[in-house]
Design a protein around this ligand. Sequence first.
Ligand code: DAK
Length: 254
Amino acid sequence: MEHIIVTRPRPGVMLVTLNRPRSLNALNKALLIELAGTLNEAGADADVRAVVLTGDERSFSAGADIKEMPESGIPPFAQADRLKSWKVIERFPKPLVAAVNGYALGGGCELTQLCDIVIAGENARFGTPEIKIAAFAGDGGTQRIPRAVGKARTMMMMLTGEPIDAVTALAWGLAVEVVPVEKTVDRALEIAAAIAEKSPLAAQMVKAEILMSFEKPLDESLSLERKMLMWQSEDHQEGINAFVEKRAPRFTGR
Ligand code: DAK
């Protein structure tokens, strides 16, 4: 792949590194397609139980590739394969942890908010500067960011285009921890590894259930039936047995 690097630094954990440093990891269409393809593979691979997504120390991602915009014609962002790639990321069923150093702007900020847990380095800057090029956060940001931080803060971010720092992002709920820059990826991997030890069935169920609370009315999202399926899994029985026998559980995902 040209624009991302994929490694498996810990059992059950895939690390995906955005790799267009000269463009501050701007999300051109080719990168999005590679990312979606990698997540599709990770989703189908039972050896991957959690994925960490990161950039480099200067930039997680500076957003949609502005230089690609004129080439692609109008409307530039509405191309089917680009939109499909975002859908794949949005629907990735396994836990996704973001390790964010530097810029997380525009589509880069939106990408962090498709991750389930966001670890911010001290130099992280979250922002939605699209208004500066007479655009708006059209890859889900106008809908997801207010759900995370509320109306007034979103208006401030999106109408001024000015970024917020890591400590503010933490206070507003866009990130869950702030750590020194050189520790961001390690901390995200540590969290992913802790998730990977759990039952993959349970982890995916937790993710789906929590996301549902943002997407559906309460009477639909109280999906008792799906929760009942969980109690019939081998992993659930193994969890109970291990607890009673005072040993570590061995989860298989069945
Ligand atoms: N795209 C392309 N190249 C970028 C880039 C971007 N978003 N951000 C930075 N770069 C490139 C710069 O052009 C420069 O390249 P060279 O000139 O060296 O060739 C290199 O990365 C380093 O950047 P700078 O020289 O500018 O570095 P600085 O440290 O001075 O500034 C910066 C860093 C992040 C403040 C600055 O680069 C900047 O403001 N970048 C643009 C950030 C931005 O505006 N992001 C949002 C993009 S729009 C939709 C509607 C809209 C959207 C999507 C969908 N629909 C309706 C479906 C829009 C989404 C967006 O994300």
